[in-house]
Ligand binder design. Structure first.
Ligand code: GLA
Length: 446
């Protein structure tokens, strides 16, 4: 009824031997919360005290993170984005928090966040001004690094607005050096490549030596089209950017918007699955004080977080895409091991995990109709399943799918704009329970 396309495994991927920024941080993709996408530059605390950028917002978020399982799930950074500072530096040229919205100052806020066992992130800009027009760090790199260290901040997001692009690299490298010189461990989050791409291909060797994670593509919005555009950009640049991800330095596709307004639940699952496959920082931008239980459970799903935080630290690739015409375009990834499909408009993404395991995400990009079946079958070269492997489905629901051999296949149902997420674990042994046996009771779609 359906044709299945096989791909042979090509293992032994070449890794770029690049050094990560030597600050001992971000050995796995950082996890936390960042205010921007959800709260933006809302400074109107008179009319909107609950949602304005103020110390209260971060304190409440920290409280919830401890009380409602976020910290336990691994989310540890509480991050301030733009619009926190006063419009003027103080008389010694130092940045200062807006006194009305942060009456206790940033140091006090850091103490509060630390008292909860969490870490505090702050935002600055390598240029003259931040993107929202607050004072930038150009000309003040050393002063600002020292100020942040004195406040006991744990992460700095450095934006790239209002900067001559030819000076971006120097600015980011200088800030990285002076941050290290403070002696405080401050995770360094950059947007350097994003601002360089319009002019030339960024030098990811130096970016990886300078930053713990880096944005290459535009801001995430609260919509499925935004998430899709990030995935498309990542896949179409994967040969350039993926090899640079690894312990100490990560590609950052921007914030998780799960729990907001713009994504259906299936689309939220897709974002979570693909962000784990991409070894992306998991920085949520949502309102943790008011989030629906399904979104919370998804963001706290320990199986998906385990993929994100896998100690091997390899970013996944899009390994296949079937167009509307039914043509299959394969990623050139040397990691590709797998598989595929029944129908057009599916994408397959794969991430190698520790212990010879593999995570596979199958995204249904057809936004009409109902669930569609997707066939998985291994080829002789698919080493993970030779002689056999254990397959577990994590999304859309947890299910142990049993043993898979080079001879077996199964069909998984994926909702429109949803994702099936699987892990595949190699197993040795000689009398496997047949995949066919277990699949017949599982899949009623065909
Ligand atoms: C830029 C960044 C965003 C956010 C805003 C703040 O657009 O890409 O992530 O920090 O600036 O103004």
């Amino acid at each position: 009824m359906y044709s299945v396309v096989f791909l042979l495994a090509v293992l032994g991927a070449s890794r770029r031997a690049a050094d990560a920024l030597d600050n001992g941080l971000a050995l796995t993709p950082p996890m936390g919360w960042l205010h921007w996408e959800r709260f933006m530059c809302n400074t109107d605390c008179d009319r909107d005290p609950n949602n304005c950028i103020s110390e209260r917002l971060y304190m409440q978020m920290a409280d919830v993170m401890v009380k409602e399982g976020w910290k336990e799930a691994g989310y540890e950074y509480v991050c301030i984005d733009d619009c926190w500072s006063a419009h003027q530096r103080d008389d010694q040229g130092r940045l200062q928090a807006d006194p009305k919205r942060f009456p206790g100052g940033i140091k006090k806020l850091a103490d509060y966040v630390h008292s909860k066992g969490l870490k505090l992130g702050i935002y600055a800009d390598v240029g003259r001004n931040t993107c929202a027009g607050y004072p930038g760090s150009q000309g003040y790199y050393e002063t600002d690094a020292q100020t942040f260290a004195k406040w006991e901040v744990d992460l700095l997001k450095l934006d790239g607005c209002f900067m001559d692009w030819t000076l971006l690299g120097d600015g980011y490298m200088y800030m990285s050096r002076v941050l290290n010189r403070t002696g405080r461990s401050i995770l360094f989050s950059c947007e350097w490549p994003l601002y360089e791409w319009p002019y030339h291909q960024p030098n990811y060797t130096v970016i990886r030596e300078t930053c713990n994670h880096w944005r290459s593509f535009t801001d995430v919005y609260d919509s499925w089209s935004s998430v899709k555009s990030i995935l498309d950009w990542t896949a179409s640049h994967q040969d350039i950017i993926v090899p640079w991800a690894g312990p100490g330095g990560w590609n950052d596709p921007d914030m998780l918007i799960i729990g907001n307004f713009g994504l259906s639940h299936d689309q939220q699952e897709s974002q979570m699955a693909l962000w784990a496959i991409m070894a992306a920082p998991l920085l949520m931008s949502n309102d943790l004080r008011d989030i629906c239980p399904r979104s919370r459970a998804l963001l706290q799903n320990r199986h998906i977080i385990d993929i994100s935080q896998d100690p091997l630290g390899r970013q996944g690739y899009r390994t296949a895409k079937v167009s509307a015409r039914g043509d299959t375009e394969h990623g050139r990834s040397p990691e590709r091991q797998l598989v595929t499909f029944l129908a057009d408009k599916f994408e397959v993404w794969e991430r190698p995990l520790s212990g010879g395991r593999l995570a596979i995400a199958v995204l249904n990009k057809q936004e009409i109709g109902g669930p569609r079946g997707f066939a998985v079958r291994s080829a002789p070269g698919w080493k993970t399943c030779s002689p056999q492997c254990n397959v577990t489905q994590l999304l859309p629901r947890y299910e142990e799918l049993g043993i898979h051999t080079p001879q077996s296949d199964t069909v998984i149902s994926v909702n429109p704009s949803g994702t099936a997420l699987l892990t595949v674990t190699p197993v040795s042994g000689d009398s496997p329970r047949g995949w066919q046996d277990s699949s017949s009771k599982r899949h009623d779609i065909l």
